[in-house]
Design a protein around this ligand. Structure first.
Ligand code: FES
Ligand code: FES
Length: 171
């Protein structure tokens, strides 16, 4: 197994090597040896079985693979797993606590902001980041924020309504 410095050098020349990675995922420390070219989305889905993180476009456009990395929403198909070394990750499986939905998840349910559900985990993680930064976003801020989350079923209107329903309660 390569040291991190050796791995960085190998990666620079395009070779995949095995790298030890420690990452906290949904509150649990995961220490593993991973190929340096494994994407974060594949690590979460294939190694950890966290298939709530969806995989849509493979080009960084659809947002279905969005997760929180140190509380910031990122598209996990655009990162290597080794780049998350030392970070704290939250996937949709780790959003709620003790089986209770978050206010945002409840609002999605109540406002029918889900149709097939494929985009839903990414939207929830992305909007969780928005609400952490700004608990009272305007409609245009909500719409701009979810610009990177594509919903093939077209539930955008209800997603905006769901976010507005909880920001109204918080006032
Ligand atoms: S699968 Fe990552 S943005 Fe589409
Ligand atoms: S609810 Fe089907 S893709 Fe968004």
């Amino acid at each position: 197994m390569a040291s991190k410095a050796e791995a960085a050098e190998e990666i620079r020349f395009g070779a995949a090597v095995q790298v030890s990675v420690e990452v906290e995922v949904n509150g649990r420390l995961q220490a593993m040896t991973l190929p340096s070219d494994m994407r974060l989305v594949d690590f979460l889905r294939d190694r950890l079985g966290l298939t709530g993180t969806k995989f849509g476009c493979d080009t960084g456009q659809c947002g279905s693979c969005t997760i929180l990395l140190d509380d910031v929403s990122v598209k996990s198909c655009t990162m290597l797993a080794v780049q998350a070394d030392g970070a704290r990750i939250t996937t949709i499986e780790g959003v709620s606590t003790n089986g209770s939905l978050t206010a945002l998840q409840n609002a999605f349910w109540e406002q029918h902001a889900v149709q097939c559900g494929y985009c839903t985990p990414g939207l929830i993680l992305s909007l969780t980041d928005l609400l952490n930064r700004n608990p009272h976003p305007s409609e245009s801020e909500i719409r701009r924020w979810i610009d990177g989350n594509i919903c093939r079923c077209g539930v955008y209107q209800n997603v905006v309504r769901a976010v507005e329903s909880i920001t109204a309660q918080a006032e």
